[in-house]
Design a protein around this ligand. Structure first.
Ligand code: C2E
Ligand code: MG
Ligand code: MG
Length: 691
């Protein structure tokens, strides 16, 4: 304790009462305190703790130098600090000390310089506090943080620590996941990185301290969204809002889920929406249209002759063709429109916003045009023609189902009216479809009562304009609907097992009629009779033909049969025998609708074929369409090299006649000569016809 003579006014411990109070306080604080004068560094005051710690009493330590008070070894350790303190610096350091019982303690030493009123340093206070507990606690935290860091780095899962939402730490995986370095994000709110629509969810979880996993979407530094699963844990050692959050990238899982959902709603081949999804979308489109008083068009698209592609080129080619069609449909409409595949060769297009009938017609025409021309499948050029039926909301129907039914019925009408075209729904169209049984009963009645008639269409020689043949085409005299074309009942009667009686009647009637005309000196040309593939397969055609010729007295060279390509492609062995048998009767054989079968042309050489009839669909756009010109040219060339006559079907314009004549096509059939005629008209025509 400094005495009155050599200490300035403010040195500790002067005066009786205050001296006693100071000592009382100094001995009560949990710290070691002492005061040494400068420059001798003699002890002027020490509390009990300090004196005892250094092995002295509060009295015996007075007057000792620091070195004497604390011993040489300790002096050596602290001397540099003391030097600095004597320069007037407040020095603070920590030091580990081992107690005599071997216990390690951590102390914090403060050396605080003491100046008089003239800024002369009088001495230094020494204040030593035992910070072992705090130090141990900090060490534990440091160690547990170290451990935590090791864990967090050892996992692939991103881990982020935050306190009240403010990011304090994160692992390497977090950087990998988000693209942000830790330094860029620490101190920022964790909610900044969560996509706005998910923030409320994340806030709720954090605020309520929930610890079950939940899913949100976060933003990568480059802006892309990452779906993640998040589990937050509130750290028990710390404040309740101190959270450790494990963030797991679930992009792969989400993609798998999306893929699954996609598969359930889409056609695996074309990736278009399937029927289920279509109906869902259509009803949404309709409810929107109802609210906005809008109009919707439903287009039912069916490919003509698709089955033939599948049968002759195989399913692989069929699949490619369907994908091709899907693509063209998709490209032909706006993004907001729906293109779906119902299955097989059935597609549906929903035009979500049309002004009216004209709009829908324009789109349908565009789609038809987009599919016109050759598609390439397996390096083979194929042609397809779709038939499109159209129904309109709200004109034709109010519900998805009904609209689809109407469009379907209209599509069948499109097929009946020559394929490759579009038809709008009209009331009554679906009656036939709905009442199949009635249709069948009426057809059976027609067979009973012979309610069929044949119309005849001339075939003309291109070189000299002479008549070369007459094709017999059947019609049904329907009790309610008048004359019904073969497209409406031939396929149907095949499916009901009714084709045989119809076919037999046609053959006999055609031969009888031609014989009658010949007896009158008219039509010294063959009559061509169409045979469906089914008839050809099921009946002894050659035997029956022989019988008909015998019964009617028609010479065999005045009969031709027309077969479609599919007949030739299937039953090779039998077909060849049957064709040879027909041929040996002296009857001619034509291949009808040639080009639509996409078949290998090899069979043409194998079979005794007289004529190829080039399908109307290839002729209709000549000479304008380069594709079709190429196809027709190729068929005519091939016919010539195989010595098979070529007949162009459906020739309607003089330009087509010129084009075909220029190619050296042998014959034409079509409106430009005459459409099919009933018997009186045909008779008149034959009488008047002058080559
Ligand atoms: P097909 O044998 O190819 O007959 C030609 C079809 O094209 C006929 O249709 C004919 O009216 C039509 N046509 C001819 N020239 C033109 C033209 O310039 N422009 C247009 N737009 N069309 C033309 P139809 O009579 O409706 O016959 C359709 C199909 O029904 C026939 O095609 C044939 O495959 C089948 N068919 C007709 N009669 C019979 C039959 O007695 N038995 C069998 N199994 N099938 C038949
Ligand atoms: Mg024909
Ligand atoms: Mg034809």
């Amino acid at each position: 304790m400094p005495d009155a003579n050599n200490t300035a006014a403010n040195a500790p411990g002067q005066g009786g009462a205050s001296d006693a109070l100071l000592r009382l306080i100094a001995d009560s604080v949990p710290a070691l305190m002492a005061y040494f004068d400068v420059p001798q560094l003699r002890c002027r005051f020490a509390n009990q703790g300090y004196a005892a710690y250094n092995g002295h009493s509060t009295d015996s330590i007075l007057g000792l130098t620091v070195q004497e008070a604390i011993g040489d070894k300790a002096w050596a350790a602290i001397e540099p600090h003391v030097e600095r303190s004597m320069q007037g610096e407040h020095v603070k350091y920590t030091r580990e000390q081992t107690l005599p019982n071997g216990e390690a303690r951590m102390i914090e030493v403060n050396l605080i310089p003491h100046f008089d009123g003239n800024a002369h340093q009088q001495g230094s206070f020494v204040l030593i506090t035992d910070i072992t507990e705090r130090w141990r606690a900090e060490r534990t935290v440091r160690q547990s943080e170290e451990r935590m860091r090791k864990f967090t780095e050892a996992t692939e899962e991103a881990i982020v620590f935050h306190r009240d939402g403010i990011i304090t730490d994160g692992n390497e995986a977090l950087t990998r996941l988000t693209g942000y370095a830790l330094a860029e994000v620490s101190g920022l709110s964790i909610f900044n990185f969560i996509s706005p629509e998910w923030r409320t969810v994340a806030l709720d979880y954090t605020r309520s301290g929930r610890e079950d996993p939940y899913e949100v979407t976060i933003r990568h530094k480059d802006g892309h969204a990452i779906p993640v699963e998040v589990v937050g844990k509130t750290m028990p050692l710390h404040h309740a809002d101190y959270r450790i959050v494990v963030v797991r990238d679930i992009t792969a899982r989400k993609q798998a889920q999306e893929r699954e959902a996609f598969i359930a709603l889409h056609d695996p081949l074309t990736q278009l929406p399937n029927r289920h999804f279509l109906m869902e979308q259509l009803s949404q489109v309709l409810s929107l249209a109802r609210r906005r008083h809008g109009r919707v068009a439903v287009l039912f698209v069916n490919l003509d002759h698709f089955k033939t592609v599948n049968d002759s080129l195989g399913h692989h080619a069929g699949d490619q063709l369907l994908c091709n069609v899907a693509e063209r449909l998709r490209q032909g409409v706006r993004d907001a429109d729906v293109v779906a595949r119902l299955g097989g060769d059935e597609f549906v297009v929903v035009l979500t916003d049309v002004q009216g009938q004209d709009d829908a017609a324009r789109v349908a025409d565009k789609l038809l045009a987009s599919m016109h021309g050759a598609l390439t499948v397996d390096q083979l050029p194929l042609t397809i023609s779709p038939s499109i039926g159209i129904s309109l909301f709200p004109e034709h129907a109010a519900t998805s189902d009904a609209l689809l039914r109407c469009a379907d019925a209209a599509m069948h009408h499109a097929k009946d009216s020559g394929r490759g075209n579009r038809q709008f729904y009209a009331p009554g169209m679906d009656a036939g479809g709905i009442d199949v049984l009635r249709h069948e009963r009426q057809l059976r009645d027609a067979i009973q009562t012979n309610a069929f008639v044949l119309h005849y269409q001339p075939q003309m020689c291109l070189a000299d304009g002479s008549l070369k043949g007459l094709e017999a085409l059947v019609r049904w005299q329907h009790p309610e609907r008048g004359l019904v074309g073969p497209d409406e009942f031939i396929t149907f009667s095949e499916s009901r097992g009714l084709i045989t009686p119809i076919g037999r009647w046609v053959m006999r009637e055609a031969c009888r009629q031609l014989k009658t005309w010949q007896d009158q000196g008219l039509a010294m040309v063959p009559v061509a009779v169409n045979l469906s593939a089914l008839e050809f397969r099921q009946r002894d055609v050659a035997g029956e033909i022989a019988a008909v010729l015998r019964d009617t007295g028609l010479a065999p060279e005045f009969l031709e049969i027309e077969l479609t390509e599919s007949v030739l492609m299937h039953q090779t062995g039998d077909v060849l025998n049957t064709l040879n048998a027909i041929k040996s009767l002296g009857v001619g054989i034509s291949i009808d609708d040639f080009g639509t079968g996409y078949s290998s042309l090899a069979y043409l050489k194998r079979y005794p074929i007289d004529k190829l009839k080039i399908d109307r669909s290839f002729v209709v756009d000549t000479p304008g369409s380069a594709d079709d010109v190429a196809i027709v040219t190729a068929i005519v060339q091939m016919g010539r090299s195989l010595q098979i006559m070529t007949v162009a079907e459906g020739v309607e314009t003089p330009a087509q006649v010129d084009f075909l004549a220029g190619l050296g096509c042998d014959m034409i059939q079509g409106r430009v000569v005459s459409m099919p005629m009933d018997i009186p008209d045909a008779q008149r025509w034959l009488l008047e016809f002058k080559p």
